[in-house]
Write a protein that binds this ligand. Structure first.
Ligand code: HEC
Length: 118
């Protein structure tokens, strides 16, 4: 009889413990996810420009130079053109097929940063 009681207490204890541990793990997961979401939402313009610059150097600078000042066969250099965000994103997307929206926006912002103002 006594053994049965101990067994019941033990298994209830185990159940409570595992419920508690699962809760802790889920909590840690949420915290991690929240942190990630936050970091991408609250990237400063500085961070985005740096991300855009890296992508531009990697994927665009061979034809446009790092600051977009290479003259193009069809007309003036990128930095001399007064382009809208829409046109930049459209062109960028053609060269960045697998990029996320965030990355395309970052590249567009970088291009705007060296483009002569209207
Ligand atoms: C293989 C060479 C090459 C690469 C790589 C390249 N471009 Fe271009 N891009 C060109 C040429 C050439 C033109 C000029 C076309 C013209 O004269 O209208 C151009 C034009 C553009 C224009 C202007 C379009 C317009 O309507 O005036 C934008 C914006 C642009 N590129 C963005 C980018 C971005 C952003 C990247 C990288 C993600 C990139 N390009 C990569 C060759 C390239």
């Amino acid at each position: 009889m006594k053994r049965k009681v101990i067994l019941i207490i033990l298994s209830v204890g185990l159940a409570v413990l595992s419920w508690y541990v699962t809760g802790l793990i889920q909590c840690a997961d949420h915290a991690l996810f929240a942190e990630e979401a936050e970091s991408s939402q609250h990237k400063t313009l500085q961070d985005r420009l740096e991300m855009g610059r890296k992508l531009f150097v990697e994927r665009c600078a061979s034809c446009h130079n790092e600051r977009g000042d290479k003259p193009l066969p069809g007309g003036p250099a990128l930095s001399e053109r007064k382009l809208t965000r829409e046109v930049i994103v459209k062109n960028a997307s053609g060269h960045l097929r697998k990029a996320t929206e965030e990355q395309k926006t970052a590249v567009a912002e970088y291009v705007e940063s060296f483009m002569k103002k209207k």
